[in-house]
Structures are given as C-alpha cells and as structure tokens.
Write a new protein. Structure first.
Length: 349
C-alpha cells in the first residue's frame, strides 16, 4: 500500500523553486511519484503532523509565521485558521505527542515559541520562551555570538529539548499550560560545534548532529533526569571536507543505524548504534544522489533524501543487515525540497 508524504520547500521569497507544500506517493516497492502541489505557501520549510488528528503544521520561514492545515481530497491541504506570527527565519516545528501544543524554533533570532492547540488541532495562543545566554560569553573584542534556535524534540516524560546552533546549547524545558515553556536545565556542547537536529533512541539516548563540526553528540539522562553529554564523535567515516555542513539525523526503525546528511560533499553517512544505544560508530559514507541533502526520511527498508538544490527526492534501498544504502533506485523532481513528512497511507489510514 502506498504511503503519503508531504514535502516542505523553499519558494521564490527564499530564492527557491518550490510552490508550497507538495505531496508524494511512496510505494511498497520503493517507487516514488509526485502527486503535485498540496497547497500553495511561502517557503513552508519544515512540517509536522498532529499525533491524533489529520492536521499538518508548517513554518513559513521568510514570512516568519506558522500555520495549520487539514487534508482536502486525496492529496491536498486547506488552511485551518489563519497564520500566526513566529520569528525571523522560523525553521522548525514539532508537535507534542499529546496534541496540546507545538513548538517553533527560529534561526534568525534564537526564539523558541510555544503555541497551544484546541481539540480540533487549531492554534489558540502564543508564548515566547526565555532567550538563550551564550555559555561561552562574548569574544575577545566583546562581540556576541547570535542565538540560533534550530529544532525541538519531544521527550517521553513531557519535557522538550531544543537546540541552539549559535550558542552550542541544548535546552530542556517544561510545559506549563497558559504560560508556555519554563527552563528546566541545559547541556553545553563544545564551542563552535553548532547543534542542529536531534533524534531519540529507544534506549533513552539523544543523538544530536552538529552542523559546523560535522559530529554527533551523545546525550544521556542521569538518574535525576538531567541530561549530560556522554560523548561526541565524527559523523563521517571519511572525515569532513571544506564547505561541508551537516543537516539531518535519522534512525532506522529498529534503532540499529543512524543516518546523517552532509551538504557540500553531498553524502549520507551511516553510523552503527552500539547494542546498548549509548554510542555511534561511523560505518560508511555514500553519495546522496543529488545536491544539498537537506533532509531525509528513513523507513523500513528505504531511505528517501530531499535535495534542496537539485530539486529532487532520491530513494535508496537499505541493506537489511549492514544498513547501507543501495542504489539510488528512484528519483522524483520537486522544487527545492526542504523537509519530508510521512502522513500515513493514501487511503487515509
């Protein structure tokens, strides 16, 4: 049975070739087909889906807004309510597993913004969290590094972890209804590493890919619930090259392998997860099959890579034992794709 995937994009306002949120069909045999434009939007660069309702959320990066959508027909989307203000370069959105709120990260000024949701998935209120403080202080000439919030991860205990790429921080928050995000604690990563995106292993370990240093940080919870940096190591088997920047990290459904996209040299780097889920070991680097692999989607047996600059999504078969990508076996054109969001089967289930 085919799977529906929504695609975020950069549009003309961000010098991209997209037209809005697109729709793809992923076949059980790995074949990918375009279903056309789901809805016109201005640079909907990242997407998230409600855990229980057929509601999709998109940040409009250049317009500095966030908006909800609901399905229309087999592969269309209609707005649900109006747009809500976010912040400069709003680049990521994630939804609470209980459907109570969503969190938007803003690269432009470091804002982390929480929006509460109603029972229909509509946005009802906005709360901006406290700004980050650079743990490394000002530079030798007194210059300050800008805060660059980039992603958020919902934790099983209800807390939220966010990355600050500019301040080399992971910040952990608690949600207070009617107030938004309240700081719990933070984890400081090496200066200049640039934590970007993150994913949680079933062991409780959080793996964080660093955009600037091209590494993966391993963060573990202590008995009191405080996260600590356990290790940090290279994301690549062959090393980073000039002009590289890491993008997305994703885990295989069985938790045995992690996949990191590296822009510039255009690679997908495969790492083995140790048996206890506490460390990563680089295995191999594979050409991504296009230009500027900004985001990827890992499914059982398949890897789909969105290339922002070659305007395509490329599919690889994943070897069942080694986890290594084989192919590519499929390529579909779509304008400046920036995110891939699995949305269930095409029959709506």
């Amino acid at each position: 049975m085919a799977e529906l995937v929504w695609t975020g994009s950069y549009t003309a306002d961000s010098n991209g070739n997209g037209k809005g949120i697109g729709a793809l069909s992923l076949g059980a045999d790995g074949h990918v087909a375009s279903l056309g434009l789901a809805t016109a939007a201005d640079s909907p660069s990242f997407l998230a889906i409600h855990p229980e309702l057929p509601v999709v959320y998109a940040v409009e990066e250049h317009a500095q807004t966030v908006r909800a959508y609901r399905p229309s027909g087999a592969s269309g989307l209609d707005p649900l309510g109006g747009t809500w203000p976010a912040g400069p370069a709003a680049c990521h959105v994630a939804v609470d597993p209980q459907g109570r709120f969503l969190v938007v990260a803003c690269w432009g000024d470091g804002q982390v913004v929480l929006y509460e949701l109603d029972h229909d998935g509509g946005i009802t209120s906005r709360h901006s969290a406290a700004p980050a403080v650079d743990p490394y202080g000002a530079g030798p000439g007194g210059e300050a590094r800008p805060s660059r919030a980039h992603a958020s991860l919902m934790l099983p205990d209800g807390r939220i972890m966010t990355t600050d790429l500019g301040h080399d921080l992971l910040r952990v928050w608690r949600y207070v209804p009617g107030e938004g995000l309240v700081a719990d604690h933070q984890v400081v990563l090496p200066k200049g590493s640039g934590p970007r995106h993150l994913t949680r292993h079933s062991s409780g370990t959080v793996f964080v890919v660093t955009e600037y240093s091209i590494e993966v940080a391993t963060v573990r919870p202590s008995p009191d619930g405080t996260f600590e940096l356990a290790a940090i190591g290279p994301a690549t088997a062959e090393g980073a090259f000039d002009g590289d920047s890491a993008a997305e990290i994703g885990l295989s459904p069985d938790g045995r392998h992690a996949y990191v996209g590296v822009r510039g040299s255009n690679r997908i780097c495969v790492l083995r997860v140790t048996e206890d889920g506490t460390r990563l070991e680089p295995l191999a680097d594979v050409p991504s099959g296009g230009n500027w692999p900004r985001h990827h989607l890992v499914r059982a047996g398949w890897l789909h890579v969105a290339h922002e600059r070659s305007n395509d999504v490329v599919t690889f078969r994943l070897h069942p034992e080694t986890g290594l990508p084989e192919g590519p076996i499929s390529r579909v054109e779509t304008g400046s794709p920036t995110a891939l969001l699995a949305a269930g089967h095409l029959d709506g289930s």
